[in-house]
Design a binder for this molecule. Structure first.
Ligand code: GLC
Length: 472
């Protein structure tokens, strides 16, 4: 049985701020279903709710070196869906609001990554592969190569590093190398990039295999437009790199069983989607009009999600018979823009500035179309969730959007446009509305979208193979 240890800074359902958590939660489960022994290490943030904490079992504690200091680390454990989760506890580092954005994040995740390795004797687990996710887990791969490889317990352990988003790299001043991160000056070259410590770069260099969350993104990050400065490092490590498309958990995202929905439905009997739509229009005080297409946007409200395309042409789009429902939080500029837009067009636009999972699924179920025009998108999960709820995705052809949504007309499951251009987006939006007015064609398209396989089946197998390669 292959033994895999995930090191990640978040995992659903315990603590989630974005897609990373969903992937860690659902991929670990899918690998366990394939017969791997999968364990996940997470920080015990105070944001993890009591309803989970009270179920965790205390195993013991270890001392974790953080450069020249020793820090207490309590270890809790919990099993879910065949996966064992370990939570490393240190209140100085994790008893705070929010997972990220603290002045000492570098130190917090240095502690976390070392704790992920230090707890292994206590829990009596020696993984074949440690799978690290994003920069917060990068140091686990780096420590393994620079410190722990001399330890007989670790000398055969291999690492896989997955880039979920190359934008966030974990950059720190070089002064921190020894006294904070505890890395010997001898290894400076491994983690140094452009005159500073770059933890993601260090993990790319140290890992045995490298992956990212879609085949297209794997190509894109080799180029300067997408790489946020790391393209030369990616190209140099190209032989280790694979692009593996994320999946979603089909049991969690299931309109046939989702209790948040007003009415349940599936691909065979989608009629109740109309009930969800009516409720959605009521809930948002929009005129209840069954034949007016509802376009949803559920997104972090930040520039790389393509919102400048939307702000450029939305007034033009609203000249058609269409309604927009927007849910998300993010940059003040966009929060104000959409709030104000809803005030100007109360009959056509509703905006809720919030992050709310149940509400998001009510919107996925009630809308007709889902707009996601990202400038770059490593994978994106919303377009898959929308499709599963029978809401047709309209996306820009980038990263995982390109790999999961194929254009209507060629047997595709949605609508796509290639150039980052507001009127190209408007053009496909109008194309979608035209197909929408033809009930037979639209029904067929909705069915196609709902039947697309977005499960982990194929991709979990690819990760399994990647672990084999790393172990060779
Ligand atoms: C990051 C990416 C997103 C991806 C997710 C899970 O949040 O921005 O595109 O789907 O990670 O891999």
């Amino acid at each position: 049985m292959k033994k895999i240890l995930f090191v990640a800074s978040e995992a659903a359902p315990f603590v989630a701020t974005g897609g990373l958590a969903e992937v860690v939660g659902s991929l670990s489960k899918a690998l366990a279903e394939r017969g791997c022994d999968v364990r996940v290490v997470l920080p015990l943030y105070s944001d993890i709710e009591g309803k989970w904490r009270e179920k965790f079992r205390f195993i013991g504690s270890v001392n974790v070196p953080v450069a020249w200091r020793n820090q207490y680390c309590g270890v809790f454990c919990y099993e879910k869906d065949g996966v064992t989760f370990y939570f490393t506890d240190n209140e100085y580092y994790f008893k705070r609001k929010g997972c990220y954005g603290h002045f000492d994040d570098g130190e917090r995740f240095a502690f976390f990554c070392r704790s992920a390795l230090e707890i292994l004797p206590l829990v009596d687990f020696t993984p074949d592969v440690i799978h690290c996710h994003d920069w917060q887990a990068a140091l686990a791969a780096i420590y393994l190569k620079t410190i722990y490889c001399r330890d007989s317990r670790f000398c055969n352990v291999r690492t896989v590093f997955t880039i979920h988003n190359i934008e966030y790299q974990g950059k720190y001043s070089l002064d921190n190398l020894q006294w904070l991160f505890g890395i010997d000056a001898y290894y400076q070259g491994l983690v140094e990039y452009n005159g500073c410590i770059n933890l993601m770069k260090g993990a790319i260099e140290c890992c045995d295999r490298l992956s990212t969350v879609s085949p297209s993104y794997a190509e894109e990050i080799k180029t300067p437009y997408f790489s946020h400065g790391l393209d030369s490092i990616i190209r140099r490590n190209e032989s280790k790199l694979r692009g593996i498309l994320n999946g979603i958990d089909p049991d969690y995202y299931d309109p046939a069983t989702d209790n948040a929905l007003y009415a349940k439905y599936d691909a065979k009997k989608p009629q109740n989607k109309a009930v969800c739509k009516e409720q959605l229009q009521r809930m948002f005080n929009l005129p209840v009009r069954p034949n007016t297409p509802v376009v949803a946007m559920i997104s972090r409200l930040v520039a790389h999600k393509g919102l400048d395309l939307v702000t450029a042409v939305i007034d033009e789009a609203l000249q058609d018979d269409v309604q927009f429902v927007i849910l998300g939080t993010g940059d003040g500029y966009y929060e104000h823009f959409f709030t104000e837009l809803a005030l100007r067009h109360p009959q056509q636009v509703a905006a809720v500035i919030a992050f709310n999972s149940a509400l998001s699924r009510q919107i996925y179920s009630g809308a007709d179309m889902f707009l996601m025009p990202s400038r770059s998108e490593p994978c994106g999960l919303s377009q898959m969730i929308a499709s599963r709820y029978g809401t047709v995705a309209i996306v820009r052809e980038t990263g995982g959007l390109k790999d999961s949504i194929t254009p209507y007309g060629n047997g595709g499951n949605g609508f796509t446009f290639a150039d980052y251009n507001a009127h190209d987006m408007l053009y496909v939006l109008r194309q979608a509305m035209e197909v929408y007015r033809d009930r037979t064609r639209w029904k067929a398209l909705v069915s196609k979208a709902m039947r697309t396989d977005f499960t982990w089946k194929v991709s979990a197998e690819k990760y399994d193979k990647l672990y084999d390669e790393a172990m060779e």
